[in-house]
Design a protein around this ligand. Structure first.
Ligand SMILES: [Zn+2]
Length: 220
């Protein structure tokens, strides 16, 4: 991927992405745009079973870039929240595993929406990629196996992805893999319950988990 980032085409797409998102009011930090674009390409490659180079050359069209910029702009509120630094939460390594499992499950659900709602699915996948990378970076940096501190954009992305998926599933916008359409007020199936019922996850989503005293650097 490092090589891909050095290609002329990647730089061209990145310039377009930064410009269009900026025009739509997205505020960038450091190498954020490049990371998002790279993650997007990696996801596309993974979904379609092609190399990242092919994903960039064939599927990351100027139109796809415009779409990505629009999706990102719709999440402008999320970005503002990131800028304001979400208070970090402290969780165990096992909980981090549960979080990444839930995020992975949402990715799977989002890929099934690509045909119906490409923009929405792209947004979910991009945010989920960020969240998974962020959590994994914290796990990797955690030598002793003690508690992890998850903060900033990682936390915001995980919340956005999980609360969004729960909303889409429970309102019947996303077809649940269980085969039933869940409408507001109807019973939840096991899959939805798995996403929402874990008390630790509820705490995480609500931002009421035990907070750390200091703000760590957001892992990347
Ligand atoms: Zn279901």
């Amino acid at each position: 991927m490092a090589n891909l980032r050095n290609t002329k085409l990647f730089k061209e797409r990145l310039a377009q992405f930064e410009k269009e998102a900026c025009q739509l009011g997205v505020v960038w930090v450091a190498a954020e745009a490049a990371d998002i674009l790279a993650e997007r390409i990696a996801f596309t490659a993974n979904q379609l079973g092609v190399t990242e180079r092919t994903a960039l050359q064939t599927y990351t069209t100027p139109h796809a870039i415009s779409l990505l910029a629009k999706v990102l702009a719709e999440h402008a509120a999320t970005y503002q929240e990131v800028m304001a630094e979400a208070e970090p939460v402290t969780i165990t390594v096992a909980d981090a595993g549960r979080m990444t499992a839930a995020l992975g499950m949402v990715c799977k659900l989002a890929t099934e929406q690509i045909g119906k709602d490409p923009g929405g699915a792209a947004g979910v996948l991009t945010d989920a990629a960020d969240a998974i990378v962020g959590i994994s970076a914290q796990i990797r940096a955690n030598d002793g196996g003690g508690p992890l501190s998850i903060g900033g954009r990682t936390l915001v992305y995980s919340r956005t992805v999980l609360t969004g998926a729960i909303e889409q599933l429970t309102t019947g916008v996303w077809e649940c893999p269980c085969g039933e359409q869940h409408l507001p007020g109807s019973d939840c199936c096991n899959l939805v319950l798995t996403l929402i019922a874990d008390p630790r996850r509820r705490r995480w989503l609500a931002g009421r988990a035990r907070r750390t005293a200091r703000r760590p650097a957001v892992g990347r």
